[in-house]
Design a binder for this molecule. Structure first.
Ligand SMILES: [Zn+2]
Length: 149
């Protein structure tokens, strides 16, 4: 009797192991297949969590504010509409402020604070700024660009 049960026990163990492995693979693939931006990036627009690229309807004069993270477009918003966009990554957080007249990096916890010190982009200085319509945080690989359509 014991000789008969042993193989059955091993098969049962094998099936449980297989189920665990399959379940693990399913969990892993589901984790990477979601809509959330890759690389553990979180975006908060005016305090609300975003799960996909924001493309707000047309703003007044057609200028857009494009925020990219690691080279991928994260948000595309109209210039001139008041918004606060927070980009939260493992490396740190950037707070991009859009006001009716300007776009600037309000806050960041990066080294050097270069992005925070950069001159705000306005309609008037867009062409004259050294960086054009760009505000860039190199340590966090976040770029903010104001550009026409
Ligand atoms: Zn920075």
């Amino acid at each position: 009797m014991t000789q008969k049960r042993k193989p059955a026990l091993w098969i049962a163990c094998g099936l449980i192991a297989l189920a665990l492995i399959t379940g693990g693979i399913l969990l892993l693939t589901r984790g990477s297949g979601g809509k959330a931006p890759e690389g553990g990036i979180r975006l908060l627009l005016d305090g609300a969590e975003l799960t996909e690229t924001v493309t707000d309807p047309e703003g007044g004069d057609g200028l857009r504010v494009i925020v990219t993270v690691n080279g991928n477009e994260a948000a595309n918003l109209p210039f001139g509409t008041e918004h606060t966009l927070q980009v939260i990554q493992d490396s740190g957080t950037n707070t991009v402020k859009i006001t009716p007249d300007a776009v600037y990096m309000e806050e960041a916890d990066c080294h050097g604070q270069d992005c925070v010190k950069m001159e705000p982009v306005t309609r008037d200085n867009l062409e004259m700024r050294v960086m054009g319509g760009f505000i860039i945080c190199l340590p966090h690989r976040v770029s903010v660009e104001v550009r026409g359509k």
